[in-house]
Unconditional design. Sequence first.
Length: 349
Amino acid sequence: MSAPLLHARNIARSYELNRHIWGNASVVHAVSDVTLSVGRNETLGIVGESGSGKSTTGRLLLGLEPPTRGAISFDGRPLPVIGSPEWRKSRMRMQMIYQDPLAALDRRLPIAKQMREPLDIHQAGSLRERDARVSELLRAVGLSDAVARRYPHELSGGQRQRVVLARALVTRPDLLVCDEPVSALDVSIQAQVVNLLSDLQAELGLAMIFISHDLRVVRQVSHRIAVMYLGRIVEEGEADDLFARPAHPYTRALVSAAPVPGTKLGGRIMLRGEPPNPANQPSGCAFHPRCSAAVARCKSEMPVLAELGGGRKVSCHLAGSPSENQADPSPARTRAPLNPVRAASEDVA
Ligand SMILES: Nc1ncnc2c1ncn2[C@@H]1O[C@H](COP(=O)(O)OP(=O)(O)OP(=O)(O)O)[C@@H](O)[C@H]1O
């Protein structure tokens, strides 16, 4: 297997909150001991409830903030120091797409001007060539040239997110980190944007990290999926295999709440309670207070993320091998429209 484009080793990020005059502070462990990698031409999905550390992981991987511990390499080299000229250069190769396209765009500038901005700054080609690149990308995301002259408020939500995507591609990045890129869009157009992202990833051979709380969307675009719980990866595996045979009780609950057409599920697994406070984490396995299968060991000993074979890793004392989870072999990622029913994983949150 070729070397991954992006590799993070044992990264952690914590934030100090409420430092008191006598020196005590509570510390939020947003990300703890995360190791992951993504290769060219591959999409890694990151799922988990709100507060599980997905966005923080995305920011660390892009070098937008430094990890408290651990190391990240991009294309075989350590991520440059934030703000350095090398960092600015590497940022051209790594782009991020956020949930809210309106906030990501400059309301005062026509689309062409803001898409061209990175090319203008770096004087990349003649003006005519830069405009041609803008047109080419607008077409690539299914928009007409007329959009180039418009302002963000003149576009629909779906058109704006397409523009954001086109703008992210202007610098010919190798890596795209998408953080809830369709959550703010109408359900009716989510599928179009997800399909577009998927197509562009394959066509351009991009490495993509797709962050979402919505398992159905993640499954549709991802080759591999990492499931996060309270700042840690609790399970990772090939997307179809993970959905067919989730091994961690948390993954099983998420999958049961987001059935995919074509699978027979054995019923919804309801999670008890809320995720614990990341500033006051439970002893042992962080999931044990909500796990119906927890035994004494789970309360005292933190499980390691162990390889189970076949690319599967699971962090659970009770997971010997991925159990056959009621599901038929799942159909490969399909282009069926996303189910308009809101992601059931939200009910789990
Ligand atoms: N700058 C910060 N300062 C303090 N705490 C933070 C900061 N950024 C994130 N956190 C905390 O870290 C934890 C993980 O947050 P993060 O946004 O990464 O989770 P998430 O899974 O992306 O959640 P969501 O889906 O709601 O965005 C949360 O408890 C959050 O409150």
